[in-house]
Design a protein around this ligand. Sequence first.
Ligand SMILES: *Cc1c(COP(=O)(O)O)cnc(C)c1O
Length: 369
Amino acid sequence: MTIPLMDLKAQYISIKAEIDAAIRDVIDSAHFIGGPMVTVFEIDFAAVCGQKYCVGVGNGTDAIYLSLRALGVGPGDEVLVPANTFIATSEAVTLTGARVILVDVNETTATMDPVDAAARITPATKAIIPVHLYGRPADMNPLMDLAQQHGLVVVEDAAQAHLAKYQGRSVGSFGHACCFSFYPGKNLGAYGDGGAVVTNDADLADEVRRLANHGRLSKFGHEKEGINSRLDSLQAAVLKAKLPHLATWTEARRQVARAYNERLNPQLVVLPEIPTDDYHVFHLYVIRFPRRDDLKKALADEGVSCGLHYPQPLHSMEAYRYLGLKAGSLPMAERLCSEVLSLPMYAELTEEQISKISEAVNRHAKILA
Ligand SMILES: *Cc1c(COP(=O)(O)O)cnc(C)c1O
């Protein structure tokens, strides 16, 4: 019996009746794009984030792209992005015509290093995208100070961090806009693609909504071109049905993380910190081990599926070769990417499974040390 990295089926089974009814309602209503289901979910999700406005969009990548565009980021601008993130963060920058500027990360949090960010600011810097990676908030105080000093736009990438809090304050309450993904495997996942932009700025929310709907002002009035990136009603229905469970599922993830931290041997592997000031929502539980690939293979042979988030920093990918950043230019991101290993993480993991996984990690890490 293999233990998967995540188990979407286990979650569905736990709330099957609610999901099936929600989907059935949408089909019965024949209201597939927009409509009351999307509006109700947007209101609910904005409330959960402690913000006034939520605009549902097609996916998390578009959420970032649309936020940047609505905030006036475009050709000639530079945007700071951590080197250790999913490529969607930087793709969204390139889509606007702006230039990606990679920033190194902090060893403990794996998020954007504010000192390195400061060093990479130029007169062309327009925006900064802190990524709340693995569900742990980026170090927002120094990053917001930096943004204030240099008049930068801040777009939070919270694709992995639904409900996370930095020093008691919800992610999304720091930047001009905060972007979420509802990709199925995210902490709040749809049954297809989905995303959202959350903000307290009414004009910004309106502009994102317009741009996400072909730049449409009225039925035929298009002041500028946008794109087609709407959250559809079926996805909104699934998300609305799941949202009341999200806090419980998040607590269960944190419990899994605590259980791992108690069982894994910190002499053998580097464990993720469970911060006390911040509410880490553990989208991923990521350990570090020098011979990561060997450990991953040994665990796979025992039926424990692990993941890599991420095996390569952005600048070492072919897609970013044009940046001309050699090995050694973002040393911490490079080091983390070579050592990280994501263990199975989902709310339904049992104590028995966690024990089995931990025992296998400890045993193989000792052999491979
Ligand atoms: C998933 C993810 C995205 C993109 O979300 P999609 O909905 O897949 O477009 C962006 N940033 C990060 C950090 C992510 O993990």
